[in-house]
Design a protein around this ligand. Sequence first.
Ligand SMILES: [Zn+2]
Length: 310
Amino acid sequence: MRLGIIALLLVTLLLAACSSGAGQRAPASNPALSALPDVGGGPRVVASTSLLADLVRNVAGTRAQVDSLAPAGADVEDYQTRPEDAQRVANAQVLVLNGLGLDHWAESLFARAGRGDAVRVTLSDGLPVIKDPREPASAGNPHLWLDVRLALRYTEKIRDALIQADPAGADGYRANQAAYAQQLDELDGWIRQQVATLPPERRKLVTFHDAFPYFARAYGFELIGVVTPDPGHDPSAGELAQLVSRVRAAGVPAVFAEAQYSPKLVQALGQEAGVKVVTDLYNDSLGPAPADTYVGLMRYDVQKIVEALK
Ligand SMILES: [Zn+2]
């Protein structure tokens, strides 16, 4: 009986806390959601992918509540948004996307459901983009974060967006970003050391989709080919046979599938070309530990790549 009263009291107090918090904010586009409590006094942030959300968390610290739309393990490029995604977007004060087509679904969701006063940031904007020479009209390859120095540029944009949405938290965001930048700097140096242990003629990459041009440019790999330039569209038998010849001709020691996609085609390629197959690189989405943070994912991938190519 007494417990029941305490529970009731707690619920009443919680409701009071929620409504007083909501009163200080501009109305959200969905009034029902503006009653959610703020976390740490900072803004609610929605990022399109789990990996970008991890970068945001490292800059936001405990001050903001950070969510991703596509969860860890998702096929980001073909993600189907759910009804609750629109609600989370409508409730967010900062919206973060990668751009260059990777998260086109988030772009349209932000336009449709985002609050008028939300700060929006497209992390690839203004950065040095790599274009596929076969597709000069394309906006550019979206996987910039696989070059750690470009991921560092992402965190600067995230810091600036958080400060714009929440000037009172500026000092914390600056300090967090500076500390994380140091971690990223160390990560970049560690990757270069690891790659230096590979003979240059073995620094060759063949992956399932075209996620590694920035990684290759930054760390000195040659891209020999990809199984499909467009996830969701499998190559023809003829295209796969051409790739098998390229793998053989280039003396590629191993080929790489990615955890968010079926490894079958890469396994077929490896078997046909007579080379090792690694099935679980992570790139567009975070995975299970140790790939459950950006830094962990990069370390994991580099270890796998260096081991397989040695
Ligand atoms: Zn991708």
